[in-house]
Design a protein around this ligand. Structure first.
Ligand code: KIV
Length: 229
């Protein structure tokens, strides 16, 4: 799974053989220049989901429920349906909000779970599952999400051994990010993967340097236009 936030990226990622494309609320940080995911609203999410949906022909589109949009069962169902109407095939919720997950699935929208680091509520981004208590809680949350019917579970920034425990404990496929190699799948933020921002996180090896391509193209344009003055 990779993230996309716009039409051209979606058009390109649709050619890659991915199982899933995620319109993540990481867009707040990597696409909109905010300092966290907390400022992303459901309206922003729906706007970007619609753009990505226009670019995807065959790949499943999963959209993040934004901070507060799943606060109650009723708002969660209404907002999940809004994202579905915008073009999402499924939604992703952070944390073990079991009543919301069950209600959204009952309303006909498939749900992806998300355990470990939960950026919407985290004060700092850190590795999770280092203590036995925290590790056990992550496994319990994942099992509860699995039993509630999640079709897939993201494990973010979790000690590799704990991510392996989760993968063995649940029947749904797991997708890891900074959680070791033993999950069923992996997810990355596409802007990190293609080197679009100055400082990718340490666990990502960028496959390209799109930032440099944009700089070089911009400079070549400026030189050409100035040269012809
Ligand atoms: O918002 C996002 O991009 C995510 C991934 C890091 C899983 O939730």
């Amino acid at each position: 799974m990779l993230t996309a936030y716009d039409y051209p990226t979606a058009l390109a990622l649709d050619e890659c053989g991915l199982d899933l494309v995620l319109v993540g609320d990481s867009m707040g940080e990597v696409e909109l220049g905010m300092d966290s995911t907390k400022g992303v609203t459901l309206a922003m999410m729906a706007h970007h989901v619609a753009a990505v949906d226009r670019g995807l022909g065959k790949t499943h589109l999963v959209a993040d429920m934004t901070l507060g949009s799943d606060a109650t069962i009723q708002t969660a169902v209404v907002n999940a349906k809004t994202l579905r109407e915008a073009g999402a095939d499924s939604v992703k919720l952070e944390g073990a909000k079991i009543p919301q997950v069950e209600a959204i699935i009952a309303a006909g929208v498939p749900v992806m779970g998300h355990v470990g680091l939960l950026p919407q509520t985290a004060e700092v981004y850190r590795k999770h599952g280092k203590t036995a208590e925290e590790a056990d809680q992550i496994v319990r949350d994942a099992v509860a999400l699995d039993e509630a019917g999640c079709y897939c579970i993201v494990i973010e920034a979790v000690v590799a051994d704990v991510a392996t425990r989760v993968t063995e404990a649940v029947s749904a496929p797991t997708i890891g990010i900074a959680a070791g190699a033993q999950t069923d799948g992996q997810v990355l933020v596409s802007t990190d993967l293609v080197g679009q921002l100055p400082e990718p996180p340490p666990f990502v090896t960028p496959r390209a340097n799109v930032r440099q391509i944009v700089i070089d193209s911009g400079k070549a344009f400026v030189a050409e236009v100035r040269g012809s003055e």
